[in-house]
Design a protein around this ligand. Structure first.
Ligand SMILES: Nc1ncnc2c1ncn2[C@@H]1O[C@H](COP(=O)(O)OP(=O)(O)OP(=O)(O)O)[C@@H](O)[C@H]1O
Length: 609
């Protein structure tokens, strides 16, 4: 899709974005503007027909316009129409109907185009977000991303559906009205437009100023939603720490700020509309008073007076709206920039690199140094070697860099210094999607979708037979628990479904990972909520399942890592000790210290029971 190919560039690029995204719907917009032009024309003709009737059919003023002469002739001539005045009434009804028809078509076409453009924006944003480089997710908070995909797109959709075509309608309507007014009577036209520039300037000034208030009110509303969302998600914390009173007060304060800002906005609008109405009334009164004076003195006809009064009504509303539209354009431009910023994010190139090689599971890190930025290194000169089929554990204090090693293995980030080899091939040369299909990770955060347990497990292998799913769950020691649920594997998980314990969630994510045959398996602190006995059962079942799988375990618990072939101890991004349990409990270092403390606690616990 050509409209998806965006690169960073100057400010005009964001408008280019809009043009690119409207591809295929531009004709609809053109048709919509033509329809709006026609509807404006028909509405402008109505007062002229009334003028013709009053001045030249009922009255005796000669008809000067060629168009009107032709019209009267085609309707049967002046005398015939005078006897059948209903013809003019019918003509007015016909013009009103045509006006309505074209207004309907305008709305229909512009909505179709804007809805489709908004859909394109959302699809593209979603695709970019999913394909973005991993850094992207730490750069933009999720709330911010959601806001750009929803309210920013909505601002653009609204502008394209309503204001964009409205600009066309206003320009056409104003042009027609001004041309007709000035061709009917220049002096009276000047009177009829005397205050119009002031009304327009006032509208523009007000709506530009009010944008800031809108922004503050929007922010206050977003804060209110965040408080609700955080407290509902974290209701256990609220209850456990008896924070209800505090949270209720916090909400009430934010709610008050929001109410005050909204109230302020309503007040501002009330002031604006009353003052603007006042200006419009002065303008209309000027037309009626001076127009009546001109008519009484024979300077203009009654029909002309009627036309001006009608046009004044048609003219003032779009002028006021124009101020709003122009300031909304500013709002739309900001939304467009925010969307443009997301759409120009670098995407991951998943396919580039070596594919279709057999991964056995040999891993070698040589002097790898890595930092999320250029100043602070999280991994410093890391070297180790893992042979296919071995179980390796990373042990270290929190923040020591254990998960970062896995991120590098998955090519979520690229290392700049040192070398990582998988089966002798430099990791950077292997395709990202390929390597991710070969490394099964059970992450720290046991995330489950709002689907059934079966669907959650089968994510890694949607074609898996039920028997295979059962087997994976048995390895993860969760099968019996699932069978105890009323709906078994069809039990729904998530907000509308069953509430699972942390350990149950972890074991379901383990079942999900072992359902597929990965040559390398990673358990990133993913057994922390499982008791040690169940953990041992899971590890034994895993060993039995595949002797050739390289298994990487990350844990703070000695019991989780002590049976590993190699334990790699990390401290502040450096490897401090490497060896098996027996070797490490004899060496001075973090492992020995933690082992001593944990053994002491276990002994005390056993004595107590
Ligand atoms: N995306 C990121 N951007 C910047 N810094 C990060 C990022 N992810 C992790 N870090 C930092 O890198 C360091 C190592 O983090 P890492 O998650 O690898 O530690 P860990 O040993 O797995 O810790 P834990 O046992 O608590 O999970 C920490 O100081 C952390 O703050």
């Amino acid at each position: 899709m050509a409209f998806l190919c965006l690169k960073e560039g100057d400010d005009m690029r964001k408008y280019r974005l809009l043009i690119d995204f409207s591809k295929g719907f531009r004709l609809k917009y053109i048709a919509s503007i033509i329809a709006t032009g026609l509807s404006a024309l028909f509405s402008v003709l109505i007062p002229l027909i009334i003028k013709l009737t009053v001045d030249s059919i009922i009255g005796t003023k000669p008809i000067t316009s060629k168009l009107m002469i032709n019209l009267v002739d085609s309707l049967g001539g002046r005398d015939y129409i005078l006897k059948n005045l209903w013809i003019m009434g019918l003509l007015v009804i016909l013009l009103t109907l045509l006006n309505s028809l074209f207004l309907y078509l305008k709305g229909k076409w512009s909505s179709q185009a804007s809805e489709n453009i908004a859909k394109r924006f959302k699809d593209s944003l979603y695709e970019t977000i999913l394909r973005a480089k991993y850094e992207f997710y730490s750069k933009y908070p999720s709330g911010e991303i959601i806001q750009r995909c929803t309210s920013d797109v909505e601002t653009i959709r609204n502008f394209l559906a309503n204001q964009f075509v409205e600009i066309g309608r206003t320009v056409i309507l104003l042009s027609l009205i001004l041309i007709i007014m000035f061709s009917l009577d220049v002096k009276f036209a000047l009177v009829a437009t005397l205050i119009v520039p002031i009304i327009f300037a006032f509208a523009l000034w007000f709506f530009t100023r009010v944008q800031r208030q809108f922004k503050r009110s929007d922010e206050a509303e977003a804060e209110l939603s965040t408080v609700i969302q955080e407290n509902i998600t974290g209701i256990r914390v609220v209850k456990a720490f008896a924070r209800e009173e505090f949270e209720i007060k916090k909400f009430a304060e934010k709610n008050k700020t929001y109410r005050d800002l909204t109230y302020n906005l309503i007040k501002l609008f009330a002031n604006y509309w009353s003052f603007s109405d006042c200006l419009c009334m002065i303008q209309t009164a000027l037309v009626v008073l001076i127009g009546s004076y001109f008519a009484a003195n024979g300077k203009i006809t009654i029909g002309t007076l009627l036309v001006f009064v009608s046009y004044e009504g048609m003219l003032l509303w779009p002028v006021r709206q124009m101020g709003r539209i122009l300031s909304d354009m500013g709002k739309m431009t900001i939304s467009l920039s925010r969307i443009h910023e997301i759409l120009t994010q670098d995407r991951e190139n998943l396919d580039e690199g070596i594919k279709d090689i057999e991964i056995k599971g040999n891993i070698e890190f040589s002097s790898v140094t890595f930092g999320f930025d250029d100043k602070n290194y999280v991994l410093k000169d890391i070297s180790f070697k893992i042979e296919a089929g071995q179980t390796v554990a990373f042990f270290g204090s929190t923040g020591s860099g254990k998960s970062t090693i896995i991120s590098l293995l998955l090519r979520l980030y690229d290392y700049k210094k040192g070398s990582i080899k998988i089966d002798g091939i430099e990791l950077k040369d292997i395709s990202k999607s390929f390597i991710r299909q070969k490394i099964g990770v059970v992450p720290q955060d046991a995330f489950l979708y709002s689907k059934t347990i079966k669907e959650n497990i089968a994510i890694t292998n949607p074609d898996a037979e039920l028997e295979e799913i059962y087997r994976a769950s048995q390895i993860a020691s969760i099968h019996d628990t699932i069978m105890e649920f009323e709906d078994g594997y069809d039990t729904l998980v998530g907000e509308k479904g069953i509430t699972l314990s942390g350990g149950q969630r972890q074991r379901i994510t383990i079942a999900r990972t072992v359902l597929k045959d990965y040559p390398i398996l990673v358990f990133d602190d993913s057994l922390s909520a499982v008791d040690t006995e169940t953990e041992a059962k899971i590890r034994n079942a895993l060993k039995e399942r595949s002797k050739n799988t390289t298994t990487i375990i990350i844990s703070h618990r000695i019991t989780s890592v002590k049976d590993a072939d190699i334990i790699i101890v990390l401290d502040k991004g450096k490897v401090t000790n490497i060896g098996n349990h027996e070797k490490l409990i004899r060496e001075e270092g973090l492992y020995k210290r933690v082992w001593e403390i944990q053994s002491l606690i276990e002994r005390d616990f056993e004595k107590a029971i």
